[in-house]
Design a protein around this ligand. Sequence first.
Ligand code: CTP
Length: 403
Amino acid sequence: EAGKIADDVGLNAYVVGGFVRDLILGVENFDIDIVVEGDALMFSEKLAQHYQAHLTKHDRFGTAVVVLEDDFKIDVVTARKEYYEYPASLPVVEGGTIKDDLFRRDFTINSMAIKLNKSGFGNIVDFYGGRRDLQMGLIRILYNLSFVEDPTRIFRAIRFEQRYDFKMEEKTEEFAIKAIESGILGKVSHERINFEFFAMLKENNIWAILKRMEDLRILKNVYPEVVLSEDLKKLLKNAEENLACLKEKVSVQESLDRTLLYLLILYSNMSFEKAVKLSEKMRLSKEYKSEILKFIEANDIILSNLSGNIDISNYDVYNELKGLSMEILFVLCMLSNEKKFIDRVILYINNLKNIKTCVTGKDLKELGVKPGPEYAVLLDKVLAEKLNGNLQTYNDELEFLKK
Ligand code: CTP
């Protein structure tokens, strides 16, 4: 349909980039990018009209988004030629051909297009050896200054390496190393670094990605607060396995926030001050920041209080762990190598976490207790007895209160 519209308005239109890469690899991808040789805004209006879809235009950039369904959207841009005035600047843009447009992209595997017009429909346009590199599993830049012009591509290269089990082509890796050594990452805004970093945390193999970042000395440059000590490395390396193990043992319905989980691991050996600093640099949400700081403040104490063989009542376990998110509880288990500790956390999640008293303030009132702070104390006593297994029914609780 898009091809027919392109024919109607007399322009060439192509699907480009990640969609083409993933199509050839047989990987699902719902982000469609279309490049037209000519007026993208006009084309996108016709496309939106045709599908009766919502259209968002960015006149200043000459780009548009056609939203067909919630997670199905098409980005439309005019084919352009781009150049950079100085390293790490934003590019200067002018109109160009599809060949120009593909050349300014990050890697050969992302530089292919598929023609949509009737004449040539479905043809793969591959000026720069994208298919060859897909076959060989290589991440290759298109021109020597690529990483200098856009250093965020170094992060992307690492992400694609791990995602597809590819390798940077030798020269490409040399250019990446040179760019990093020149200190170019220091010229990139925190926002852009953070954007790339959080995209990495969405990938599957986070340990491999972080290791690569460490080996290429990227972590030191962008987040010097993160120190991959031997302990932390071990934690990261075993994270997925431990996670799977824990998931089997607990009855959690909620899905875990993997980003938060890995952030907690990365911050686990940090001082409070460093953590505050880094969370600001990372522009973490209020929720993430407070989770992380809560974790750093409490993890040592919790680990030591709930470890060891001396008996600890359920009520004490409950009090130690109440209010902590599932992510924190999981990371605490990963940090501990004591079975006893892990058993206690699992007991808490499976059996204690959701226990509440049946009796309420209303019952206390009916028993003639004068409303006041004593209510909380009494209800807590009931909870303690209940957690410790001494009260089963509502009646048990009432009887206990009467005593
Ligand atoms: N691109 C680029 N340089 C960047 C970012 C993007 O050249 N720094 C180009 C690539 O050709 C890429 C396309 O823009 O294919 C779309 O970018 P994006 O949607 O971010 O990437 P995808 O390749 O689709 O990757 P992902 O699967 O992670 O979304």
